[in-house]
Design a protein around this ligand. Sequence first.
Ligand code: NDP
Length: 381
Amino acid sequence: MGSTGSIGTQALEIVRANPERLQVEVLTAQNNADLLIKQALEFEPNAVVIADKAKYQYVKDALDKHDIKVFAGADALTQVVQMDTIDIVLAAIVGFAGLKSTIAAIEAGKPVALANKETLVVAGALVTNLAKEKGVNIFPVDSEHSAIFQCLAGEFHNKIEKIILTASGGPFRGKDKKFLSTVTKENALKHPNWTMGAKITIDSATMMNKGLEIIEAGWLFSLKPEQIEVIIHPQSIVHSLVQFEDGSIKAQLGLPDMRLPIQYALFYPQRVPSTFTRFDFTSYPNLSFEKADAETFPALSLAREAMNKGGNLPCVLNAANEVAVGAFLNDEISFLDIADVVEKSMQKASFIAKPSLEDYTKSDEETRKIASVLTTNKVRA
Ligand code: NDP
C-alpha cells in the first residue's frame, strides 16, 4: 500500500533483489499513475489501485493488454488488501489515509509490516486490540521501532525498563526560535541523514515525527509514556535502544537505510542476505548524544500531552499536524505556525474518551476543519 512513495519504492527494490522469495500481489498509489503503471509492468501484480478515481481510465488503458486488475478509489484499498493470495501487507500510505486499509488487512488476518505510523497514533488501542483478537502480528518498519524490535529478539519474557528513541534532530538541530521563524520549506525539506517523503521530512524538522513515534512505540511495545525517552543522535547510526530491568542496554546500529528495516519486517524472523552498504566504525569515530530541546520544538510536548490524555487526542494531534504540514508545504503558513495550529486545534476539538472507528473518522474531519480555519486565519494575518 503506497508503492509509489519513498517506503514503497524501497520495498520494491527488496522485491527486485529477492525474486525467488517475494512476489507482489497488489500495488497502490494516490495519483502518481505513471509510476504505478511502470511498477505494474515490471512486477506484474494481481491488481493495482489508483486512489484518485480521475486517473482510473488512464491506468486501465495502460494495463489493458496485461492480466492485471485495475481498481480506483479509497474503498478499493480496503478491499484489495483482503485478497486471499496476500501473505503480508506493507502499510506505506502516508497519514490518516492509511488507517482503514491497515484495519481491513488485520481484519482479514494478514500480518502487517507497518510504516504508516499515523495508524497507531490515531487509533492505537483499536488497532492493537484488533490485532490481538485476530492473532495478527504487526511488524514495525519505522527504523527506531524496528531497532527496538530487533533488540527484543530473544528477550520477549524480559521486562523493559525503558526504551530510548534516537532522533537526528533534523535540519534545525541546535537552532533557536528566532532562526526558525525565517526558515522556508526548502530548508525544512533538507534532512541531514534520510531521504523520505515530504510529510515525514517536515515532521522530522518540527520533531513531530519523534512525537508520533513516542505514541507509536507505546502501542507497539505496551509501554507507559514515562518508559519512552528521546535522545538526539545527529549521526543516525544508533537507531534506538532498549534498557532492561538489570540495567543492561541493547542498541541496534547501522547506516541510515530504510531498506534494512523494511526487509527485516518482510522476512521476520529470518535475516536474509543484502548488499546494503556496511557500517564502518572508523568512518564514524564520534557518535554523539544530546538532550532534546522540547522548548524550541514544542511538537514533542504536544505529542506527550496527547498520549497522556489519550482518547481521541492523538487523532486530533495527527489531523491538525497533517493540515498544518500541508499548509506549510503550500507556503501558506510559517514553520513555527505548524506547532501553533496543532496546539490550538487540540484545545478546540471535542474530546472523546473511548472512541470507536467512526468517532476517529468524525474527529479527524472535525479537526481538519478547525485546523483549516486556523491556517486560513494565519494566511490572512
Ligand atoms: P510518501 O509521501 O513518499 O508516499 C506515500 C504513499 O502513499 C505514495 O504511494 C502515495 O501515492 C500514497 N498516498 C498518499 N496519500 C494517499 C491517499 N490519500 N490514499 C491512498 N494513497 C495515498 O511517504 P513515505 O513513503 O515517506 O511515508 C509513508 C509512511 O511511512 C508514512 O506514514 C511515514 O511516516 C512512514 N515512514 C516513512 C519513512 C521514510 O523513510 N520515508 C521512515 C519511517 C516511516 P502517490 O505517490 O500517488 O502520491
